[in-house]
Ligand binder design. Sequence first.
Ligand code: AMP
Length: 425
Amino acid sequence: MSQFRAVKGTRDILPGEVLSWRHVEKIIHQVAGIYGYGEIRTPAFEYTDLFQRSIGATTDIVGKEMFTFRPEEKGRSITLRPEMTAGVMRAYLQGGLGAASPVHKLYYIADLFRKERPQAGRQRQFSQFGVELIGASSPEAVTEVISLMMHVFGELGISGLVLRINSLGDRDDRMRYIVALKEYLEPYAGSFDGPLRERLEKNPLRILDSKDPEVRKIVRDAPKLGDYLSSSASDDFSKVLQYLDDRNVDYTIDPLLVRGLDYYCHTAFEVASSELGAQDALGGGGRYDGLAGELGSRQDVPAVGFAVGMERLLIVMEKLGLLKDLSASGPQVYIVMQDSDLFGHASGICDTLRQSGVSTVMDFARRSMKSQMREANRIHAAYALFVGEQEAQSKVYGLKNLGTSEQESLPLKDIIGRLTAVPKT
Ligand code: AMP
């Protein structure tokens, strides 16, 4: 073993596990396609002020979790992206996408970076898939995004999920509510520790999603955001719930659900799985109509989206036994050489097979025929193709089906014909 280890909070995904990732990614691409969403890819780092502006200075992410650096001494500060929404909205505005069409349906699978304390389901580099529907945030748009998310989970076979939903109202509703919440919490402030008192000062909504049992007890009787919604915000939320009912999506209204990021408004939602431990949130999202304005757009751009943690998704699937049937299919042909002097001839055959689209591998460690055969079986090759002195002269090769052990002698042209034939259905 080398003295080097992966950096704390990061991990390798070795080939066996990559199969699971590719399976999940394939379903995500498929479902996003079915819903008419196009993939977007943005840079892994952005100027730091993009995140300060969008996520909000009082959040944990901006306050203490960003990997920030200055590539040039006097240059602008840069941050590895801790989430995707800000970068996607920046790309949307920079690319003038709104001028081309009012509504853009985008999705991504991307790596993110947060300087958090690593634990199960919490890493410093992790991956999310998510969707940003930009240009609409009506109840119809909100429920479409939630349906897409639940569709992915359904397609992956994941059960036992709980979708929690709440309305954060508009900015004025929230302002009025925060006054009432602060008033309610103030008498308890003496028992709060430093960070909690700071939250009360700077971002009291975040106290609602504290995991501390004592705080949860206090918060249970706090005023409810739902009682502070304007009638238009309440109507909007009722419509969302109505459409979810129409689409047979199960949900629980959670009056204490607030999202950690500042830019959310109106509907916010989270999906949790009982298969996860303390970090039970699989993903979440909501509406963020104010974000474009925060980033300097003259018009507000309605938008709604969600993000789901890929690592946690895979943890849940593993626990539910949904990954065990995934196994790699081996190459079609393993070329077994009698002697390494035949490498030149054998590699010509190998190239011809590959050019015909037949996946072919061969030895380059000068191993014995016996170890080449062992290797062919180990990697689950479908056929072994034998190249010896005699075969090289006659150009007729032994082709052994490693499943049935049947063997035939055929010229290369017939081997290619056999291996590239479309099976009759
Ligand atoms: P957020 O962007 O904070 O709303 O997170 C959305 C989802 O991303 C969470 O529910 C997790 O599944 C996942 N996630 C967030 N932070 C981490 C992390 N540090 N490590 C692994 N997954 C994470």
